[in-house]
Structure formats: structure tokens, C-alpha cells
Write a protein that binds this ligand. Structure first.
Ligand code: MTE
Ligand code: MO
Length: 319
């Protein structure tokens, strides 16, 4: 039941021959990162540690913002990943022992293609293309990150969800031996998240496998994570091992931990204060210390693309 079997691939997903990625997926040489198109103002190819293999043949997504990306250093040293501790520097400091290879992903629930698949078979590059998506990501702080990924929707189509599939639920791996934060009860493990099917199929929702043209470092969610750029960062679940299609709205980690503070939707909404802080402004990581905070935009500036997903929903109640 390999999902890669030709018969399981929709014609619309088959890309022109010249765009097929090398089966090895990565260029052996680091030279590819020197193509300029990958790099932000403060980052050069040498800043990306050699241990992270480089992707070849990256296309640029038209959904990218033209804003300057944060440095590789910013993106990989200021993280939230409670499996490795609750401090922003903890994920980079405590994740070196984590082994993102080999990796398997289990597909379950309301879909035709369920089962456990090797990483290369379910999220591997063939026949889809990895692209560069330069996206704004917001929390109480914000960064612009050049992710490597492709639309989650392309992956979902291959799993053939049934008509009962109204939501998609995601789970992070539980591996206490390599994830010291999981020895604490700060959250319930596994970390879980969910999206409506319409959100999951939106072209801005990507399944990411890299940053700055190289594979994801552990602290950023290796080997596979979501990026949902119009939602607060916590929806972008890392190190995914399970994807399930459900009829009912699935539970989510932050909603379980603090139901009054974090809702299922978690759309970036500056008009709704978090009970303990305002969400009107964001601190721009990497900006001049005296630059101050910048006003946060509804849907993190992606309103033109995504607001229609929520027509009819009261977003102050469905937060
Ligand atoms: N498994 C897992 N995924 C997670 C988290 C986490 O603690 N565990 N934190 C979330 C939060 S709160 C944020 S802000 C983003 C941070 O992603 P980044 O470190 O790549 O910026 O990851 C999200 N995904
Ligand atoms: Mo977060």
C-alpha cells in the first residue's frame, strides 16, 4: 500500500519531467546555497551548518512575501518547542541528541490511504516539488522565514480523505529519551494540533521540511512540520508522526492546557486580547533594539487570501 504507487497519484500532481527532483533529494554540494536566491541579508551559505543537507532545484513560491528574511541565526536560536524545554534558547541547546531519521508517519481516520509510511514514501519529494516560501510568522514576536516545503493540500489529496473528513489532526512524536522536556508535565504529550479541512487545503498551509534551502534543524521541527502563516505560531506543529482525518473538531494541546486562553482557531487577531496580554503589537526579532514593536495585522497580513475561510464565524468567540 505504498502511497507512492503510480496508481495512487492524481494526474494533477504529476509535475513536468524537468522538475522532478533528484531521487536523492539533496545536492551533495553546499554550493547550491550560494545561489543567492536562498539567502537573506544577514545570512550566507557558511552560516548553515554542514550537517544539514541542502535541497536542490528549489522553486520560489509566488505566495512569498518580499520582506527581508530573518537571519539563520535568529530562526534557529529563538524557538518554542516544549519537548526540549520552555525557554526560547532551550530547543537549540537541548535537541542535539534527537534523531529525525529514520522517520515514519501514520495516516489514520477518515481516509482511503491509511497506514504507516516511511518518510520518503509519504512526504518525500517524488513527484512533488519542494519550494521556497518566504512567510511571516507571528507570535508575541515575529520573523520572516524562508521555509522549504510544499502545500499540505498536495499531500492530503494523496491520502484520499473521505467525505466524512471535516478536520485534520496532527501529532508530534513522543520520545522521552531524546526530548528532555517530555519528562515534565508542562503540556500533555504528545503535542497535538488540528485544522479544518478547508484550512489544511489552503495553498498557504505548507508542510515544511527545510529552512534557508537546507533540511530543518531539530529545534525547528525536523524532519516535518506545519506552517500556517495566518495563525499564531503554536498551530505550526513540529516533528509530526501522525495525521488523522476526523469528523469532529479534534482537541489541541494549548486549548487543553489553557482553554480560556487558546482556542481551536488561533487566527492572528490583534483585536482580541489574550487574557494576560495584548495581541495588538509584535516585537520584530532581529530589528534594532530601539525600533519598538510593530502593529500586528489581522491574519498576520494574509487576510486577502484567507479571510473567506471564516465568513460567518464570529472570530471573537471562535478564537
Ligand atoms: N511539537 C511542538 N510543536 C510546536 C511547539 C511545541 O512546543 N511542540 N511550539 C509551537 C509554538 S508555541 C511556536 S511559537 C512555534 C515556533 O516555531 P519556531 O521555533 O520554528 O519559530 O512552534 C509551534 N510548534
Ligand atoms: Mo508560540
Amino acid at each position: 500500500m505504498l502511497i507512492r504507487k503510480a496508481a495512487n497519484i492524481l494526474p494533477s500532481e504529476i509535475t513536468p519531467e524537468q522538475h522532478y527532483l533528484n531521487r536523492r533529494r539533496f545536492m551533495q554540494s553546499a554550493a547550491v546555497a550560494g545561489t543567492g536566491l536562498l539567502l537573506g541579508s544577514n545570512t550566507s551559505a557558511q552560516d548553515i551548518p554542514k550537517q544539514y543537507r541542502r535541497f536542490g532545484n528549489l522553486l520560489k513560491s509566488p505566495l512569498s512575501t518580499s520582506e527581508t528574511p530573518n537571519s539563520y541565526e535568529d530562526i534557529t536560536s529563538y524557538n518554542n518547542f516544549y519537548e526540549f524545554g520552555t525557554g526560547k534558547e532551550d530547543p537549540a541547546e537541548n535537541s542535539a541528541a534527537f534523531q529525525p531519521k529514520p522517520w515514519q508517519v501514520t495516516i489514520g481516520g477518515e481516509a482511503e490511504q491509511t497506514g504507516t509510511f516511511d518518510y520518503d514514501d509519504i512526504v518525500g519529494p517524488h513527484p512533488m516539488e519542494e519550494r521556497i516560501y518566504r512567510l511571516r510568522c507571528v507570535e508575541a514576536w515575529s520573523m520572516v522565514v524562508p521555509w522549504v516545503g510544499f502545500p499540505l493540500g498536495d499531500l492530503i489529496k494523496r491520502m484520499k480523505p473521505t467525505s466524512k473528513a471535516k478536520f485534520v489532526a496532527f501529532e508530534t512524536i513522543v520520545r522521552k529519551s531524546e526530548m528532555p522536556g517530555q519528562r515534565s508535565r508542562v503540556l500533555r504529550w504528545p503535542y497535538i494540533e488540528g485544522l479544518t479541512i478547508a484550512e489544511a487545503m489552503h495553498p498557504l498551509t505548507i508542510r515544511a521540511t527545510g529552512v534557508y534551502g537546507a533540511e530543518l534543524p531539530n529545534q525547528n521541527g525536523a524532519p516535518l512540520r506545519l506552517i500556517v502563516p495566518w495563525k499564531y505560531g503554536f498551530k505550526s506543529i513540529k516533528s509530526i508522526v501522525r495525521i488523522s482525518f476526523t469528523e469532529k473538531q479534534p482537541p489541541t494541546s494549548w486549548n487543553l492546557s489553557a482553554p480560556g486562553e487558546y482556542g481551536f482557531y488561533a487566527n492572528v487577531n490583534p483585536a482580541v486580547d489574550h487574557p494576560r496580554w495584548s495581541q495588538k503589537r509584535e516585537r520584530v526579532i532581529g530589528a534594532n533594539l530601539f525600533a519598538g514593536k510593530k502593529p500586528t495585522l489581522p491574519f498576520n497580513g494574509y487576510g486577502d487570501q484567507v479571510a473567506s475561510l471564516y465568513s460567518g464565524l464570529d472570530l471573537t468567540r471562535n478564537f
